[in-house]
Ligand binder design. Structure first.
Ligand code: PEP
Length: 265
């Protein structure tokens, strides 16, 4: 089955009103939007309102980088899916290795990270809350270098999928999006070899087949690769049978690069 490719840009904690708008404007001038590629831009919360206006005239979707699961209430500093829906957000990243507290570069003590790192349970709650507001989650999974070296890659990914999705029915997960993001490849410039990325994305598709027993479900799931995607490697990655696009961090902050990556899809 032909799945629509998806390319999502994760701006992380970067850009201000002026620089964010300039980036979108430059990207819109360069990108050639096509019906067969969905493009999502995920700016920080502070820029969602402004980008909504700027993206209104394009087919580019607005995404958020994280969400809290409650509707409203005494949750200082949190943002609910209801608030995201109100801003026109259609997609939301969940379970990114950085929100799981697995930073590549930041030397922060484990017990400090533990205060704000999310768990499989909070990820499942976020997915349920996003579904309620018809916002499409982009669930990130992936192993650290130590886990890969210990031969635990598949076991870690299966555990992350199980923790996030075991409470759902197959019918709820048609058109679900998963991003395979090896933690060691995020922001490091080190990309997972194409055959290996394809192998793990196929493993993820097979997990859906085995877990839900619905023969149609795996063909509908979109599986992205993320981890130092650039214009030079995007085409090869996106042409693999089980890789349906990319989640792009650093390169999405460069209008030229991001437009070329979208073109590769
Ligand atoms: C990411 O943050 O999801 C990511 C893949 O980052 P980068 O492309 O910079 O490795």
């Amino acid at each position: 089955m032909q799945r629509t490719k998806l390319v999502a840009g994760n701006w992380k904690m970067n850009l201000l009103q002026s620089t964010g708008s300039a980036l979108v404007e430059a990207f819109l001038q360069k990108v050639e939007l096509r019906q067969d590629v969905d493009v999502v831009v995920c700016p920080p919360y502070t820029l969602l309102g402004r980008l909504r206006e700027e993206l209104r005239r394009s087919h580019i979707h607005l995404g958020a980088q994280d969400v809290f699961w409650a509707e409203e209430g005494a949750f200082t500093g949190r943002v609910s899916p209801k608030m995201l829906a109100d801003l026109g957000v259609s997609h939301c990243i969940v379970g990114h290795s950085e929100t799981r507290g697995r930073f590549g570069k930041l030397e922060t003590a484990e017990n400090t990270l533990g205060f704000f790192a999310e768990t499989e349970e909070t990820i499942a709650l976020k997915i349920r809350a996003l579904f309620f507001h018809s916002i499409e989650p982009i669930l990130c999974v992936g192993e650290t270098l130590a886990e890969r070296q210990a031969g635990q890659t598949e076991a870690i990914i299966a555990k992350q999928l199980e923790g996030a999705l075991s409470g759902f029915d197959a019918a709820e997960l048609f058109f679900f999006v998963v991003a395979y993001e090896p933690v060691w490849a995020i922001g490091t410039g080190e990309t997972c070899a194409t055959e290996e990325a394809e192998r793990i994305c196929e493993f993820i598709r097979d997990w859906f087949r085995t877990k839900f027993g619905d023969p149609d479900l795996p063909d509908h799931i979109r599986i992205l690769y993320g981890g130092s995607v650039k214009s030079v490697n995007a085409k090869e990655l996106f042409s693999q049978p089980n890789i349906d696009g990319g989640l792009v961090g650093g390169a999405s902050l460069d209008a030229n690069e991001f437009a070329k990556i979208v073109a590769s899809a």
